[in-house]
Design a protein. Structure first.
Length: 281
């Protein structure tokens, strides 16, 4: 029996080692795919000459938006063309479901507007799931692969386009000079909030930015497409921490929450750990 147990243990160890190799290779392969996509993504980007943000460029925006942009520190800084950032945090697939650690890298282009998000979801310390979410050429697309190899999620369509556009609009808080672009318009609400509309490829989405008296973004709220319900839902992204990157005061920690009658569903909690502008030029 001791001999049998020994060989069973060896077989189990062998299977685990093979699984580790497969997951490692799959994650590497998925990463290579994303690297190629990012290279093509930035190949289409317009890296115009640097234009400094001036006080005059803020005029015409609602008072809370002006307060936000001044506090962030964009005046006197160049308009941003591209962004790369890193995040870490946790994610869950439903209310009552366990949280999974997550690490992600995200790439943005301002002209044309778009993003590529490359995320690793961990279980037992391993990147069991790789997800690439993107918005390019007016289209949203999401791809998820177990171990970086086996497709478990792939989706696109008008609903995802709308959701990806809103995600891009909300995440402009990490490169706030983009709020001064021609594809952005504002509707005043009060001294603490304003509606923001993003238009691209003939489509528009709108959300509400909430700004505190100091000028920090505290929340973003919009009616966003929920793929799990195939319907619009109220989506909020409360911010909890401010940090400094590239000489700007930016919100660096926040959550994604769906408001619903049976109880609010917090599905993601992320912190930005690194951020750089125009490093791709």
């Amino acid at each position: 029996m001791n001999v049998v147990a020994k060989y069973v243990a060896l077989v189990v160890v062998g299977i685990l080692m093979i699984a580790l190799l497969v997951v490692g290779f799959g994650s590497w392969w998925f990463g290579q795919r994303v690297t190629r996509e990012v290279k093509a993504f930035y190949g289409d980007a317009n890296f115009a000459e640097d234009v400094l943000v001036t006080e005059a460029m803020l005029q015409g925006a609602p008072a809370p938006i002006q307060r936000y942009l001044r506090h962030a520190g964009v005046v006197g800084k160049p308009m941003v063309h591209s962004v790369r950032l890193e995040q870490e945090g946790r994610f869950r697939t439903g209310m009552g479901q366990p949280w999974m650690p997550i690490r992600a890298e995200e790439f943005y282009s301002v002209d044309p507007p778009g993003f590529i998000w490359d995320a690793k979801f961990y279980m037992a310390g391993l990147p069991i799931l790789r997800v690439r979410d993107s918005y390019r050429d007016g289209k949203g697309e999401i791809l998820g692969k177990i171990g970086g190899l086996v497709t478990m999620l792939q989706d696109e369509g008008e609903g995802l386009d709308q959701g990806a556009m809103l995600r891009y609009l909300q995440e402009m808080i990490w490169f706030p000079s983009a709020f001064l672009g021609d594809n952005i318009s504002f509707t005043p609400i009060d001294d603490g909030s304003a509606q923001v509309t993003f238009t691209d490829h003939g489509k528009s989405v709108t959300g509400t930015l909430f700004i505190d008296p100091e000028g920090n973004v505290t929340n973003f709220v919009a009616e966003r497409f929920r793929s799990d319900k195939n319907a619009l839902g109220t989506w909020t992204t409360p911010m909890s921490e401010v940090g400094e990157f590239e000489g700007l005061q930016l919100p660096i920690a926040g959550k994604g929450v769906w408001l619903q009658p049976e109880g609010d569903y917090e599905y993601v909690d992320l912190t930005v750990t690194q951020l750089e502008y125009d490093a791709t030029r």
